[in-house]
Design a protein around this ligand. Structure first.
Ligand SMILES: NC(=O)c1ccc[n+]([C@@H]2O[C@H](COP(=O)([O-])OP(=O)(O)OC[C@H]3O[C@@H](n4cnc5c(N)ncnc54)[C@H](OP(=O)(O)O)[C@@H]3O)[C@@H](O)[C@H]2O)c1
Length: 264
C-alpha cells in the first residue's frame, strides 16, 4: 500500500482527503501535518476525523510528518508551502501540490524544487476539469478571434482566493493562442469590451463546491462549456490518483494533464 502524508490535515480538504485515503484499499495514511501551534497537534488523526484511531498523531513538525511517507499531498495554504517543500527536498519525497492562490515567488520556488524531487502541481484535481481545459482550448482555437471568451466561476464563501486557481489555469492555457490575452487591466463598463481579452467573472456564496464555465460568444451564437463539482471528495480522490501516478516518477514538474494523459 502506498503511504501518504496529508499536509493541511485539519482543514476542510485535508480531512476529506484523510477519509478518502482510509476508504481506499490501495493507500494508507503515513502522516498528518497541520500549521504551527495548531490546537489539534498531538491528537490521533483517525479519531480527529471521526473514523477511530489510526495510531498516527497530528503534528506541526514537517520533519516528523513526512518521515514515513511515500508521497505527500498538500491541501494547506500558500504561505506554508516553502517550508514544507524544503523538508520534502531534504527527505526526497514526491509531492502533490493542491493549494491555490500561489504568489509568483511561491511558483518560482515550486519550479526550483522540481529539479530536486517529482512534483505535481494541480489547482484542480478533477478529471472533468482536465477535459474542460482541453475542450476550451480546442473551441477557442476553432472559433477564432471573432468570439469573446469569458470564464465564470462560483465557489463556497470560505474560499480565500479569486479568481480560482482553475480559472487562472484555463485562462493561461487559452492565452497561448495568438488571438487571446490574459491579465489585461479591467476595462471600463462604459466602453466596449476590447477584442482578444479573456474575461474572468467570480461569484462566491453558500456551500457550493465549485462551478466553472467557459463561454464563447459570437455575433449569432454562444457556446458554453460547463463543469460542476458536486462533492469535494472528487478533489481528494483526484489528489490520491495523482499521488499514485507520481510515485516512482523522475524529478520534474507535472500536472493533472499528465495523470489523465491529456497533455496539451
Ligand atoms: N486542487 C484541488 O482540486 C483543490 C480543491 C479544493 C481546494 N483546493 C485548495 O486547497 C487549499 C486548502 O483548502 P481548504 O478549503 O481545505 O482550506 P482550509 O480549510 O483553510 O485548510 C487549510 C489547512 O492548512 C493548515 N495549515 C496552515 N499552515 C500550515 C502549515 N505550515 N503546514 C501544514 N498545514 C498548515 C491550516 O491549519 P490552521 O488552521 O492551523 O492554520 C488549515 O487546517 C486551498 O488553497 C484551496 O483553494 C484545491
Amino acid at each position: 500500500m502506498l503511504k501518504l502524508t496529508v499536509i493541511g490535515c485539519t482543514g476542510r480538504m485535508g480531512q476529506i482527503t484523510l477519509k478518502e485515503i482510509n476508504q481506499n484499499p490501495e493507500v494508507e495514511v503515513a502522516g498528518a501535518l497541520t500549521g504551527p501551534g495548531n490546537l489539534f497537534a498531538g491528537q490521533d488523526v483517525g479519531t480527529f476525523i471521526g473514523e477511530g484511531p489510526f495510531n498516527i498523531l497530528i503534528t506541526d513538525s514537517p520533519q516528523k510528518a513526512l518521515s514515513n511517507a511515500d508521497v505527500v499531498i498538500d491541501f494547506s495554504r500558500p504561505e506554508a508551502i516553502e517550508r514544507n517543500l524544503d523538508e520534502a527536498i531534504e527527505q526526497q519525497k514526491p509531492y502533490v501540490i493542491c493549494i491555490t492562490g500561489l504568489q509568483a515567488s511561491q511558483q518560482k520556488k515550486i519550479e526550483k524544487t522540481a529539479s530536486h524531487i517529482p512534483l505535481l502541481l494541480s489547482p484542480n484535481t478533477s478529471l472533468g476539469i482536465a477535459v474542460l481545459k482541453r475542450l476550451a482550448l480546442l473551441a477557442a482555437q476553432m472559433l477564432g478571434p471573432s468570439y469573446d471568451v469569458s470564464l465564470l466561476e462560483m465557489h463556497h464563501h470560505h474560499k480565500r482566493d479569486a479568481p480560482s486557481g482553475t480559472s487562472l489555469s484555463i485562462a493561461n492555457d487559452l492565452a497561448r493562442l495568438n488571438h487571446l490575452k490574459h491579465n489585461v487591466p479591467p476595462y471600463s463598463p462604459l466602453s466596449p469590451r476590447p477584442a482578444g481579452t479573456i474575461e474572468c467573472v467570480v461569484l462566491r456564496g453558500g456551500n457550493l463546491t465549485g462551478d466553472h464555465s467557459v463561454i464563447l460568444s459570437g455575433e449569432k451564437e454562444v457556446l458554453t462549456l460547463q463543469h460542476r463539482a458536486l462533492n469535494p471528495s472528487l478533489f481528494a480522490q483526484g489528489a490520491i490518483k495523482a499521488a499514485q501516478w507520481l510515485y516512482g516518477k523522475p524529478r520534474g514538474l507535472y500536472t493533472m494533464d499528465d495523470v489523465v494523459e491529456l497533455a496539451l
